[in-house]
Design a protein around this ligand. Sequence first.
Ligand SMILES: Cc1cc2nc3c(=O)[nH]c(=O)nc-3n(C[C@H](O)[C@H](O)[C@H](O)COP(=O)(O)O)c2cc1C
Length: 170
Amino acid sequence: MEYTRLISSRYSVRAYRSDPVEEDKLAQVLEAARLAPTAANRQPIRLVVMHTAGREAEIGKIYRRPWFVQAPLVIAVCAISAQAWVRESDRFNARLIDAAIVADHLILAAANAGLGTCWIAAFNVEAARSVLRLPDEAEPVIFTPLGYAADEPGPKERKPLEDLVRYEHW
Ligand SMILES: Cc1cc2nc3c(=O)[nH]c(=O)nc-3n(C[C@H](O)[C@H](O)[C@H](O)COP(=O)(O)O)c2cc1C
């Protein structure tokens, strides 16, 4: 899809059909995530792909909205802090930026393949750690369902460009 159309058409899908995601589409989406840039190319991100069928109750503990487990797949974007680039001047760790870029690549590739997603940060961390069987070094950052939308996009509500951009100084 043409890029401007792609970024306008992506929206947070909060109702999914149970139709399976084709293997080649899943592969496209994961490849887009793999190609995402990360600070100093450290690639401190891991993805956990979960099939929801038969695991709805368990996976549903991560984020308690019925639509979260309606899609056939849920993907977790996780970061390994110790592998991420750290800025020398103030010890800022880039893992969350890296995770967000990987998630955005994945989500836009999904939209390009006609699949719905929804960024989810309001998940239960303890439940996520337990369901994903995360080792201590890994941190869950973002989840998204992945599947075919069963809803329609609403209007895009965004601040006007004048509120977003300043030129030459703040
Ligand atoms: C970092 C991040 C975290 C988000 N967490 C949630 C969430 O936990 N639950 C949810 O329903 N939507 C979540 N969203 C979706 C936003 O509410 C949504 O992107 C925003 O309202 C704009 O709507 P749109 O995605 O349809 O364009 C999140 C989005 C981002 C970028």
